[in-house]
Design a binder for this molecule. Structure first.
Ligand code: FES
Length: 258
């Protein structure tokens, strides 16, 4: 009998953990009206962004304005900080689309944040190549969690960092990697990840005091320039093909046949 109780307890616990994990993820895909994110809170683009949207619309035939929905949503998110329902409704109005079509796009693509995020949006890739490459993304998840005191799907109390796990960001060759706002940081180790977060926090604090703090440049944090082999070149090591010395000169064939 105790075994049965234990089993039921375990099942209940894992169900609760599973439900809370799912609830965290759903925040990003389902809309729930909130004080500052409901259809009554309207959104307007700035004059400058309206000019930018005019430029974007020139890339599409006038009868297919709705094709611009993704870049225009992106402009809205950058202005407002996240893709609220007010942003989506304004995009629908501008592009003469049914609002539901805009909601479908914004809830399908994870690049649109349906809730406010921190000043630094930390998106760590945990797909298989990043999980296996370098030190492995599991160690980076642990480093971020320890350093920021939050688990994936949460924002720090000071509003500086939001941390989420994401799928492949296309920089697998420099695994493990993280995207912070628009920048990629690659070849991560737990130490370089923590130093980066520290530098970003110091930079935010210094900016408030009108000072600047150096933040590591985006790209590989291991010292390599891009994705070159750390052991040096293993192919393409022959001399670069040079047309000036390696091509037959004009008239050379005539000389041979004489
Ligand atoms: S698996 Fe991480 S960038 Fe591709």
């Amino acid at each position: 009998m105790p075994d049965i109780i234990l089993l039921v307890n375990c099942a209940l616990k894992s169900h609760i953990v599973w439900e809370s994990a799912i609830a965290d993820q759903l925040t990003f895909v389902q809309h729930r009206n909130k004080g500052d994110n409901n259809p009554n809170v309207t959104f307007k683009f700035t004059e400058q962004n309206l000019k930018l949207i005019d430029e974007i619309l020139k890339r599409y035939p006038p009868q297919y304005k709705k094709a611009a929905v993704m870049p225009v949503l992106d402009v809205g998110q950058r202005q407002h900080g996240y893709t609220s329902i007010g942003v989506m409704n304004e995009v629908a109005r501008l592009l003469e689309m049914p609002p539901m079509r805009v909601y479908e796009v914004a809830t399908f693509y994870t690049m649109y944040n349906r809730e406010p995020v921190g000043k630094y949006f930390v998106q760590l890739c945990t797909t298989t190549p990043c999980q296996l490459g370098g030190c492995g993304s599991d160690k980076i998840v642990k480093a971020i969690t320890e350093h920021l005191g939050i688990t994936p799907g949460h924002t720090t109390e000071d509003g500086l960092f939001t941390f989420v796990e994401v799928e492949c960001l296309g920089a697998c060759v420099n695994a493990p990697m993280v995207q912070i706002n628009d920048d990629y940081y690659e070849d991560l180790t737990p130490e370089s990840m923590k130093s980066l977060l520290t530098a970003l926090k110091e930079s935010a604090t210094a900016a408030e005091a009108g000072q600047t703090v150096k933040v590591p440049a985006p790209g590989p944090l291991s010292g390599r320039d891009t994705c070159e082999n750390s052991a040096g070149l293993t192919n393409l090591i022959e001399p670069v093909w040079d047309p000036a010395t390696m091509m037959r000169k004009d008239g050379a064939l005539d000389e041979q046949t004489q």
